[in-house]
Design a protein around this ligand. Structure first.
Ligand code: HEM
Length: 220
């Protein structure tokens, strides 16, 4: 594995695959969270299923956590290598003419998303793990909705979430579309796919912003 991941192309490939996997997770995560806006019961039911299903807990969740860690560790490594390469004088940097602002700042938008995940895990994931596996409370299928909405009582936390989703959009706007290039996807569908990835990069974070603001306003 170490040897394989030693070339820039292999690293970009691995970065793209892990990114695509996280994009899939995001669609699933968004769909479940969106139900909290329409139906308390549906959200509770889906959350209870995800939180107690053996396949989800024992297989999908560890793969997801590995995917998140892998993606950001590889991101730091790629950035460090790119910086090293930029020090070589013949690589001409031309500002806007050969790369977009978003593509040059993936590390910064990624760092904001990483900081958000720190807060987000503190808010939801750690309490959930403690609740289930440390304190071993009896199952309560109706608790998820209330645990979610109290988090959006705070204007500061809601603001931080919304700001993070703007950076998530910037990160996805370049990352999602370039991931197909990195895995060598070049055919007649490439242009349509680019449109789809860019729409996804805007619509999903906007949807997350909507969910956060909905619960904040509902709590007033
Ligand atoms: C309004 C927006 C969001 C809400 C309400 C929300 C809600 C939640 C909740 C309730 C959980 C706990 C699930 C559990 O019981 O384990 C969770 C976990 C998680 N969320 Fe979010 N989330 C939001 C946005 C996001 C975004 C934008 C990302 C990624 C950039 C994200 C990444 C994660 C991850 C990685 C986990 C851990 C998944 C697990 O292993 O259970 N979330 N979120």
């Amino acid at each position: 594995m170490g040897g394989f991941l030693n070339s820039t192309i292999a690293r970009k490939f691995a970065m793209a695959l892990s990114g695509l996997f996280l994009v899939l997770f995001l669609a699933q995560h968004f769909t479940i969270n969106l139900t909290s806006v329409f139906s308390k019961d549906v959200f509770n039911e889906l959350s209870h299923f995800m939180g107690t299903n053996f396949f989800v807990q024992a297989l999908l969740q560890p793969v997801l956590i590995f995917g998140v860690i892998f993606h950001f560790v590889m991101g730091f490594i790629l950035e460090a290598k790119n910086r090293g390469a930029r020090d070589v004088k013949y690589v001409k940097y031309n500002g806007n003419s050969n790369s977009s602002w978003m593509s040059r700042n993936m590390i910064y938008s990624g760092l904001v998303v990483l900081a958000f995940l720190g807060l987000h895990f503190y808010d939801f994931w750690f309490p959930e793990m403690v609740h289930k596996y440390v304190e071993s409370h009896p199952e309560d299928a109706a608790r998820y909705y209330n645990e979610l909405v109290v988090k959006f009582e705070s204007p500061v936390r809601t603001g931080l979430y919304v700001l993070s989703f703007v950076f998530l959009a910037l990160h996805l706007y370049h990352g999602f579309s370039s991931s197909f290039q990195s895995i060598g996807w070049r055919n007649k569908y490439a242009k349509g796919l680019r449109g789809f990835t860019q729409a996804y990069a805007i619509i999903i974070p906007l949807g997350f912003i909507f969910i956060a603001l909905f619960h904040y306003i509902n709590n007033l």
